[in-house]
Design a protein around this ligand. Sequence first.
Ligand code: GLU
Length: 305
Amino acid sequence: MSRGRFAPSPTGILHIGNLRTALAAWLFARSAGGEFLLRFEDLDTATARREHEDGQRRDLERLGLDWDGEPVRQSERMDRYEDALTDLSAAGLTYRCWCSRREIREAVSAPHLPPGHYPGTCRNLTAAQIAEREAAGKPPAVRLRTEQPSVTIVDRLHGEHTEVVDDVVLRRGDGTPAYNLVVVVDDDAQRVEEVVRADDLLSSTPRHAHLADMLGIPRPTWAHVPLVLAADGDRLAKRHGAVTIDDRLAVGDTPGRVVAVLARSLGFEIPDEETTPTDLLDRFAADQIALTPWTLTPEETDAPW
Ligand code: GLU
């Protein structure tokens, strides 16, 4: 058994790159006889919309993907994130940070950290410096206090992956808990055993492992599936042509055809023009998943498959 999940942000219509990740996640879980959960990562209130949740559910169903129980929404689980923050703070593992993005960008980066990592400006402020910042009234973010450990995770597809974990934001200045915290809390709360997602998140995963360790919760296993790219080399987006299910149906494809093409791009040998996720279950093996990104040609984004 291996309980899995798909965790889209309901900020738009799923494109075939997202749907391919969903198909892979479903196959990992279901082929092992595991449950499969759907979680809407809707904490970005500026962009998350209920209508996108409905559309995303519908598109997953149209491909033949199902899930167990009602999907959960992160916006309804704020207590859990606050509890995790309280635990980390009680253990002395957090501090408040008043830096703006610009200040971080312009700070001379610490030599032991990769570029872009937080240089630790607010890490050891004096009481007087804290009082000054509090008086200015700008609400602080909360960061994880780390010793910048080098953390290694083992990914089922990519093998070992090591990153230095810096003082990541856990709660933004506007009060929103950060993705890096909530994903760890939710995967634990939902007892997710295997996280299957796109490999743009592989480099963040050592942070998640470190946070799980700090919170005393078991690490899940991970499998990061390569992204889908457009012919211009960018990650696939709506501007690249017929990339949603509605678009594919409009150019003449069927849902079964879309599943067949997605499956082939994942490394399956599919003799038929059309297939269903259920038909793929017996033939699924994690080690067959292609490790290079799938790059769509302009013909593939515009014409029927
Ligand atoms: N909500 C994230 C996204 O849509 C996925 C995060 C995850 O799977 O951990 O990219």
